[in-house]
Design a protein around this ligand. Structure first.
Ligand code: 4NP
Length: 154
């Protein structure tokens, strides 16, 4: 099973989701059954580490994302991954625009899949520290539910 998280820059929200899910997969004993990655719809930050504010906030909750590097989402991802989860409506729209007709992957909006109070993970890039904490709160909530889904599907 392969899961890809997608946001705009791949330096704040989707790398956070990747780091949190990877950690939770280890705790759930599923690390060898599920692969996780992240990508951005833009090419703006290709090859860069996550934003230092995301790295710091995640580290304080026990998630080490320092080895992750940004990449851009591409049409071929729709036949590499089983589940592609977008952080907001704009990411979802941009992904639909590059999806090939024979896509294998299921494409969905990450939070709305798990009935959270919000359906988008807000972009924290131009925000203060609070925005990065909110990203972690929302991502942790949804990743716990994603783990339950994955356990049922494996
Ligand atoms: P992300 O946040 O999509 O969560 O990685 C952003 C990162 C960078 C920019 C925008 C959003 N930017 O404008 O460079």
């Amino acid at each position: 099973m392969r899961v890809l998280f997608v946001c705009l820059g791949n330096i704040c929200r989707s790398p956070t989701a990747e780091g949190v899910l990877r950690h939770k997969l280890i705790d759930a004993g599923l690390a060898d059954r599920v692969e996780v990655a992240s990508a951005g719809t833009s090419d703006w930050h290709i090859g860069k580490a996550p934003d230092s504010r995301s790295l710091r906030a995640a580290k304080l909750r026990g998630y080490d994302m320092s080895a992750q590097r940004a990449q851009q989402a591409k049409a071929a991802d729709f036949n590499t991954y089983d589940l592609i989860l977008a952080m907001d409506h704009s990411n979802l729209r941009d992904l639909k625009a590059i999806a090939p007709v024979n896509a294998k992957a299921e494409l969905d909006l990450f939070l709305s899949r798990y009935d959270g109070a919000k359906d988008e993970v807000p972009d924290p890039y131009y925000d203060g520290e609070h925005g990065f904490e909110e990203v972690l709160d929302l991502v942790e909530y949804a990743c716990d539910r994603l783990i339950v889904e994955l356990k049922g599907r494996l």
